[in-house]
Write a protein that binds this ligand. Structure first.
Ligand SMILES: Nc1nc2c(ncn2[C@@H]2O[C@H](COP(=O)(O)OP(=O)(O)OP(=O)(O)O)[C@@H](O)[C@H]2O)c(=O)[nH]1
Ligand SMILES: [Mg+2]
Ligand SMILES: [Zn+2]
Length: 303
């Protein structure tokens, strides 16, 4: 059994393609769970683009391995992108849990970018504030209250303490843990799926940042049988590239802008400094977080 995986490794006799779910991604190697076994698979040729959580058709070959023939249509796909390529995070999600913490240093822009990617992919997002056992967390909890009014429920937990509130959110769903390195994603996973035994890293005091301990995305079955749901742990990121979002996508990915589209004087308003802009007026009246408007404007500059 792969550490923290789902099911047993198997050598199967070759046969017609079967259905399975991708539970781990290691570069061009994938682990596929067919409901009973985990089979190491590759893709045919150079075809990449398989994400953790994908449902695939695969054929078992002569060894203890298989070949992914095709990816079934996805319900959704969470990914980030830079100028050169896309980095797939996970597919077919019921929700994304964006994990934040006061230690290492909280970076609001990373949270905002994670939430934008979720919005653009039409994946419901929640914020999980971890490390409530640390005194520094109280101020962050206060600062994040404004996010609840945007529709992102905040759940505060400690991986060292009571995680019942988080457990309740996961039941029967496929969820992914995303966020900055060192916020405690793998620590939370280990509490929720004790057999996962995921490696937990130290935090660099010098850099006040995580050390990118988790290097691969992996799906874990939550305890209690099939209906319990699945939890995907992903590597923490330092940056969250959003090259794939065009100006229009961005406007829609900010709920506070989306809700005001059509209310500006000019129909092609970009909400930067146009007169009669409903978004800027709302911001001036204190109805929009300045930090979020700043990120919106800086993202527009790249487009
Ligand atoms: N005090 C406190 N420390 C925690 C908590 N959760 C995690 N940590 C610590 O935070 C550090 C990073 O934890 P990880 O679980 O490795 O963080 P991660 O988000 O998985 O990091 P990456 O895999 O690099 O993305 C470790 O030293 C953990 O012991 C918590 O609730 N409270
Ligand atoms: Mg981790
Ligand atoms: Zn406007």
């Amino acid at each position: 059994m792969p550490r923290g995986g789902t099911g047993r490794h198997a050598c199967l006799s070759p046969g017609p393609p079967r259905r399975g779910r991708v539970v781990a991604v290691h570069g061009h190697h994938f682990q596929v769970h067919d409901g009973e076994h985990v089979i190491g698979c590759v893709t045919r040729g150079k075809k990449g683009g398989v994400a953790c959580g994908d449902w695939v058709r695969f054929a078992s070959t002569h060894a203890c391995s298989g070949v992914i023939e095709r990816i079934e249509p996805r319900r959704n796909l969470l990914y980030r992108s830079d100028r050169h390529r896309s980095k797939l995070i996970a597919a077919n999600l019921d929700q994304a849990l964006v994990v934040v913490a006061a230690v290492p240093l909280f970076r609001e822009e990373l949270l905002i970018r994670c939430l934008l990617a979720c919005e653009a992919a039409d994946i419901p997002a929640r914020i999980i504030l971890n490390k409530t056992d640390l005194a520094e967390t109280a101020d962050l909890a206060e600062a994040l209250r404004a996010y609840a009014t945007l529709g992102y429920t905040l759940t505060a937990v400690s991986a060292l303490g009571d995680i019942a509130a988080l457990q309740a959110l996961l039941r029967g769903r496929t969820s992914v843990l995303v966020g900055a390195s060192g916020t405690g994603k793998s620590s939370l996973l280990n509490r929720l799926v004790p057999t996962a035994r995921a490696t937990v890293g130290e935090i660099s005091q010098v850099l006040d940042a995580g050390r990118h301990t988790t290097t691969h995305t992996r799906l874990h079955a939550l305890p209690g049988g099939q209906a319990s749901g699945s939890l995907i742990d992903s590597p923490g990121m330092q940056e969250f590239g959003l090259e794939h979002l065009r100006t229009r996508d961005l406007m829609h990915a900010f709920p506070e802008i989306r809700g005001r589209l059509g209310l500006c004087r000019f129909h092609d308003c970009r909400h930067v400094r146009e007169p009669g802009c409903a978004v800027l007026e709302a911001a001036q009246a204190g109805g929009i977080l300045p930090s979020r408007l700043r990120v919106y404007h800086s993202l527009l500059q790249d487009r």
